[in-house]
Ligand binder design. Structure first.
Ligand SMILES: Nc1ncnc2c1ncn2[C@@H]1O[C@H](COP(=O)(O)OP(=O)(O)OP(=O)(O)O)[C@@H](O)[C@H]1O
Length: 605
């Protein structure tokens, strides 16, 4: 029973063509139907042409011994008329197929891109910190735009070739059974070569994904603004471009070597096929010379053999192509089958609005999946409603990690985080995140208008100015924006036409405005003012409590002058909290915080 189940599972896993066809269908049912219909019409028309050719040749041959040449010629003319009509319909269908194919491919590419985007959003942050994820994404991106459409195309032709092949085989078998056998035997070597090399290519591409990604990374270093300054100042242009070329050359050489080997194998297969088919041609000609078959039949069999050979080639080529598609689809599904580890609760609890008791970390420990070290160890911490809490500590002590856990970008490996006594894992993830307004130190610089840059923090608000301007005033961004050529409608960054680049501090003010716009119960600012000048920083923190009204706040900062007004300061080291209290309490304690404060204060003496 178990063995049967496993086998069924394996078959289900290895047959990926049906779900791929579902993707094609979902992208556009109407275009899919039109495409398949046109393909079939196009495939059947040559069979009709073939039969008309036979009729014309037979009529011409018969007319030689007929007295009424005029009547015979009228018949030939009528047949020629049909022939012209069929040729015109074939041309029309071919143009229509081109249009439908272009439309369907475009639609499918966008649809698949959307499917990949949806998956990228769905998976956890953890995946983004893992190179295997990027390998999987790269492979999926390679397959997604074309592979499912290709399968439909192939299946369409497969169906057609089969029908046409059956017709041709019927004809040829009526002449001699051996011709049918020859037809099949001739096609087998090419099939074997294709199947073998599909496997080789598939495994080679998987092995080389990381190298391809590295080449892509080097290309980005050379072409994006982010790296442009250093590349020039350290004169690294040719260093990186030569590195890139070395990687690409190696990939290209390996690929060509494989293609060469495949071509040699193909040559052998084709030579065998040609010899066999020519033997069959010889047989048909011999039969005609013996008078066993007529000239019209000679043409018919000759063409039937030719077409039958092509059909069989497409059929076997299609089958081996499907085998290849099935192999490569594994790359797409490897990505689409990724599952988020931070999961939604089955029966979510409503988020307390407003919070009564606040947020509590109970013995929270955490370890990133890719490391062996604990990033957080036994963290116990409370943030009451309306309270301002500060986290300080040296680089790598775990401050940002703690915030990531609070936003459920990760779940603790041990312990729990609760809000009003309810574990975070019991809230709907989006509902939890709606109540937290976080600006990380590596905030995003959106190359959108200044207004959009702030508004996207709360897209449920109407796109009007009042609240956006208020948030910008609180962060000091309003001063920056009002000096821009189109004010709030100015595009920020240099990526698009008329974009205005800002200084790092100015960008930070824009990001800070996002934090103030959000309607949340907790505001988290991770190094929010590190790039602000002292005056701007003073303006933000002078009225901080009025600014955040009754929101709770967590501030992370290395500038102790910024955090001294906090209700409670937690000092972190190596993933643990080593001290906590108000500024005065910690100074009186005379320990890490006091030493750090003294060191910083000395710079200003
Ligand atoms: N995505 C990650 N995967 C693996 N380890 C990580 C990851 N992010 C952070 N770490 C590790 O976790 C520890 C805590 O990092 P974290 O970013 O929380 O420190 P931090 O206190 O915010 O530092 P900083 O003051 O420099 O911002 C560090 O040792 C870091 O190397």
């Amino acid at each position: 029973m178990k063995a049967g189940k496993t086998l069924r599972y394996k078959i289900q896993q290895s047959l990926r063509i049906l779900p791929a066809l579902r993707l094609v269908w979902n992208s556009s049912p109407r275009l899919t139907i039109a495409f398949v219909a046109l393909l079939w019409i196009q495939g059947l028309l040559p069979v009709v042409s073939l039969y008309l050719t036979k009729l014309i040749v037979d009529t011409v041959a018969a007319s030689v011994n007929v007295a009424d040449k005029g009547a015979a010629f009228s018949r030939v003319l009528l047949l020629l008329g049909f022939f012209v009509a069929i040729t015109l319909v074939t041309t029309l269908c071919s143009s229509l197929t081109e249009i439908v194919y272009a439309a369907q491919s475009g639609r499918l590419t966008d649809y698949m891109q959307n499917v990949l985007h949806a998956k990228s959003i769905e998976v956890d942050l953890e995946y983004y910190e893992n190179s295997e994820y990027y390998d999987a994404l790269q492979r999926a991106q390679k397959e997604a735009p074309s592979r499912p459409g290709q399968i439909l195309h192939r299946l369409g032709w497969l169906g057609l070739s089969s029908i046409s092949l059956i017709a041709m085989l019927g004809l040829l078998l009526s002449l001699h059974w051996a011709i049918g056998v020859i037809l099949f035997v001739a096609a087998i070597p090419a099939l074997v070569v294709r199947v073998r090399y599909s496997g080789i290519m598939y495994h080679w591409q998987r092995r080389k994904t990381a190298q391809e990604r590295q080449a892509g990374y080097l290309s980005r270093i050379l072409t994006t603004e982010q790296h442009a300054k250093e590349i020039r100042l350290f004169d690294l242009g040719s260093f990186f471009s030569e590195w890139y070329l070395r990687l690409r050359r190696q990939l290209y050489q390996e690929n060509i070597a494989m293609i060469k080997r495949q071509s040699v194998a193909n040559l052998g297969a084709q030579a065998t096929a040609t010899t066999l088919v020519f033997a069959a041609y010889g047989f048909i000609i011999y039969q005609t010379m013996q008078g066993t078959i007529r000239f019209g039949d000679l043409v018919l069999y000759y063409q039937a053999l030719q077409r039958g050979q092509n059909d069989l080639k497409s059929l076997l080529g299609g089958l081996s192509g499907l085998y290849e598609d099935n192999l490569f689809l594994a790359n797409l599904y490897e990505f689409l089958d990724l599952k988020p580890k931070v999961v939604e609760p089955l029966h979510p609890k409503p988020f307390p609005i407003p919070m009564q008791n606040g947020i509590v970390f109970n013995h929270v420990s955490f370890q990133y999946a890719t490391t062996k070290r604990q990033a957080l160890q036994n963290i116990n911490l409370t943030i009451r409603p309306g309270e301002v809490v500060a986290l300080v500590g040296e680089n790598g002590s775990g401050k940002t990690t703690l915030i990531k856990l609070l936003c459920r970008l990760y779940d603790p490996t041990f312990g729990s985080i609760t809000i009003d006594g309810i574990d975070l894992r019991q809230f709907e993830i989006a509902a939890l995140r709606r109540q937290i307004s976080v600006i990380f130190q590596d905030y995003t610089k959106y190359h959108l208008t200044a207004k959009e840059n702030i508004w996207i923090a709360n897209i449920n608000l109407p796109f009007t100015n009042d609240k956006i301007i208020a948030a910008a005033r609180h962060s000091g961004a309003d001063d920056v924006i009002s000096k821009l050529p189109q004010g709030y409608d100015t595009i920020l960054g240099k990526l698009f036409e008329q974009g205005e680049e800002l200084s790092i501090g100015q960008w930070q003010k824009i990001a800070l405005a996002r934090a103030f716009l959000r309607d949340s119960q907790l505001i988290v600012l991770d190094e929010p003012t590190s790039a602000l000048d002292p005056k701007a920083e003073e303006e933000v923190f002078h009225n901080f409590r009025q600014l955040i009204k009754n929101q709770a706040a967590i501030l992370i900062s290395h500038r102790l002058s910024t955090v001294r007004m906090a209700d409670c300061i937690y000092v972190m080291a190596n993933g643990s909290i080593i001290e906590s209290g108000t500024h005065e309490e910690l100074i009186n304690l005379g320990n890490s915080y006091a030493n750090l404060f003294e060191t910083q204060a000395q710079h200003y003496k």
